[in-house]
Design a protein around this ligand. Sequence first.
Ligand SMILES: *Cc1c(COP(=O)(O)O)cnc(C)c1O
Length: 348
Amino acid sequence: MTTVVDLRSDTVTQPTPGMRAAMAAAPLGDDVFGDDPSVNALQDKIAALLGFEAALFVPTGTQSNLCAILSHCQRGDEYIVGQMQHCYRWEGGGAAVFGSVQPQPLEHQSDGTLALADIEAAVKPDDPHFARSRLLALENTLGGKLLPMAYVEQATDLARRKGLARHLDGARLFNAAVAQAAATGADPRSEARRIAQCFDSVSVCFSKGLGAPVGSALCGSRDYIARARRIRKMAGGAMRQSGMLAAAASYALDHQVERLADDHALARRLAEGMAGIEGLQVEAPHTNIVFVDLVGPARERSAPLLKHLADRGVLATGLYRLRFATHLDVQAAGIERAIAAIRGFFGA
Ligand SMILES: *Cc1c(COP(=O)(O)O)cnc(C)c1O
């Protein structure tokens, strides 16, 4: 039985031996009392790395975005957000359900950005007819796409001029930073900080490409994080001896940032391997996610293709488009197997 090549998501990774050792050795306390040393160390580490006063360890990226939005916005406020962003489309409408905060979704441009003119036009005048426009939320990477740095600066400048707070859903901020560093020649950590510093708050997931089993962090000013801590408690996300989880995240920050470049290289190899197959339109990946559209007569074949791949030990997903994500637990040989299985399906 060959091992499964699981390309469904970069969330499926298992903790590495080094990470498990760090978890087992973590000193623990009770984080609701604020005395878990491993949680405190992680919060200090990510805040310092990204250039913020404070950070809050939360169980999931979804809860991190919820705490973020509810700490920026009051009931009757709105946040401007892209149609495909996680904190609009993929979180069950949490900000509206739990916070009575209305989203103002905008269409994305083909590069994933929100047009500056659209953002500007979406900001409502101060008038009782309208919700109060309060926040701009961006996501980087967005569906694996790196937002251009100049765009991030322009959009966040515009938001500041319009009196909006700025939140980054940086679930994959380090993938963005590693891709950006490959282009600028700078260090990925300084690129992560450069992106993060355009925002008032940043959420980062440790359980995606960074390879930790659980957890995200929300970063911001001390006052802001104090508000987020109240929301986290209300959401049931204040944990106790969570230092074991924080230690995994800390290990990931120390040891598993630069290696994201390997995931990006494997994603490029996968895209190359699918090039030229009749019926497949492959989007060149910026980072670790490859999106593929089935076109022409192949359009209706996504379910049979996924089944064909699964039968050969290659897992992928296809909710809107076929999606393949590379990560820590995928090696070059697995990518070659995936390519062979895909080519086999199309007789290519
Ligand atoms: C995965 C993801 C989240 C949510 O993370 P969970 O831990 O699954 O709740 C938020 N934003 C983005 C962009 C993500 O990819």
